[in-house]
Structure formats: C-alpha cells, structure tokens
Design a protein around this ligand. Sequence first.
Ligand code: CP
Length: 335
Amino acid sequence: MSARLARFLDLADVGRDGVLELLALARRLEKSPEPRALAGRILGLVFLNPSLRTLASFQAGMARLGGTSFVITPGQGTWALETRMGVAMDGVAAEHIREGLPVLASYCDALGIRAFADGKDLAADLADGNFKAMAALIDKPLINLESAINHPCQALADWKTLEDIGVPERAKFVLSWVNHPRALPLAVPAAAVHMAALRGHEVVVLRPEGYALPPVVMERARQAAAASGGSVTETADRAEALAGAHVVYAKEWGSTSHYGDASSDAEQRVALADWQVRESWFGRAAPGCRLMHCLPVRRNVAVADEVLDGARSVVLREAHNRLLVQIAVLHRLLA
Ligand code: CP
C-alpha cells in the first residue's frame, strides 16, 4: 500500500499513477469493506456554499469506514465567517477564518472545505486565492470539496465512471457548455477537461463564442494531454465536435468574455437557449455515446428529459461514484 496522502486538493498533485491507485483502492473497498478502518477518526466539513452530493457522500463515506463527521455551514446555525483579510469586521460575519478554521481543525483529524469562486474577478478566481488562504491556516489533512477553479473529488468520480462504462482512453470526450439561467463557476469544467486530458482522451471543448475556457485552464489540460498521449482542442461548431463523440460531458459555466458582469452574461444567453442537450445532438456521435453531468442539473434547460431519462445518461452512476472514490481518499488520508 502506498504512503498516506497528506492532502487531496488537485488530481494533478496525485498524478495519473496516483489516480489509478485510488481507483483500485475504491474497487477493493467496495468489494471488501473496512467498517472499522477509521474508528475514532473525525472529519470536519466546512461548506461556504450549498451541496447535496459532496456533503452527504463525505458523511456517508466516513460512516462506512467507522469514523464520524461534523458539518459547518457558516451563517446557518454557526457564526458567519469572514474570509477577506485585513477588513474591519463591522458587517454580518462575527468570526474570521483566521480563528474559525484552526479551531475547527483542532477538533478533527481531517478537514474538507468548499469555497466557490466569487465570480467577480477572473484572474483572482483562477489564482484560487481564497481557498489557498484557508488551506494555509490548517495543519491537518485537507480535502478540496470544490474551490474557485477545481473539483478534484468530482474529477476522480468521473474518471471511475469512464472506467466503469468501458470508455477507452483514446475515446473522443466532448465537454460541452450548456444553458443555465445564470453564470456558474469554472471549477467543474476546468477539473473535467484536465481529468479527461490526463486520462488520454481526444478532448474537444464545445462552447459558444464568449464562453471559451481561460487560456490557463486550456494550457494545463494540454500539458496533461501531452504527458498521456491525448489532445485538447476547442470549437463553437457543434456538428464538428459531436461527430464520433464517445462521451458528452455537459456543464454550465459563466461567460469568460464578460466575467463578473451578470447583465452582459444574461444578454449573451438570450440567444443560447438551444444549448440544451437533446437526443438530436447524438445523430453523428459514436454508437452508445454517453451523457455525463456532475449534477445538479436543470432539466429541460441544460439537458432534456429525453436524454437524462434515457439509456445514454450515466449521471446517477457519477454521483454514486463520488461516495466510492471518496471512501478511498479518506482511507489514504487517515487509515
Ligand atoms: N457535483 C457536486 O459537487 O454536487 P453538489 O454540489 O451537490 O455537492
């Protein structure tokens, strides 16, 4: 068995071999559960933003290994936390992360933090400064539950899903922008394009004009592809992108040409309602092409019922795999 993980913040830190080891451990623990492996161990979970899957699957995973967990949602039954440095705390937040996070870390053996992008300043969100500042305050094993620009737990579950459904490494993986009523963060598309490139896929990012992924995200994915034998391209041409696709990974994200400008983003979206995945999208795709989405998904806005309820959808498997891969992550961090 490999050495203990110190932190789980980014698939790139773990590397391709590390990912394969975690997936092998996830399969072993699914087949041969270890209900006492983390007896007496405590996981703290801090959610600065909402969650269904991440929250429930980490609590369930910790329980399946014999450990326990607590959840903090600042401002909802606990003090609101100030995350900005050097400000006069004369607003809603009664406690600063500089005290709050070390206190919470002192109560547990590992901590997970979810802190979405502010969605105002693209450079600041790409730098992931808020999450890094919080990480620097914690001297315990730390898990990224989704930061401004990364969602490694989702990416790991998605890799396992691709393996489960038999998608070979050289397959064509299309990450497609889909419609949503408002701008969403770049964390999942950035993590998905990197994961698919690291796995060795022919990755195509399909997006309308104004929604190109930032160059730094594309470059990171291209470097991963170069190491694994894959490729990464982008296009606004749906027919070209979907021709021969083995996987369509649908995801919503905000305009990058008008980042932080909600009204301009909304104006751009008026003409983009047809960016909703429908069965007609798959006419020239490879036989058996699958639909992936990290959830939550807006039915009949992002993806049509006919696709989500059809045989090509693997969204529930992806969500279940969150539990299985996170059990492996917790085992490597704490067992
Ligand atoms: N995919 C995902 O992270 O789901 P939640 O936001 O519900 O945790």
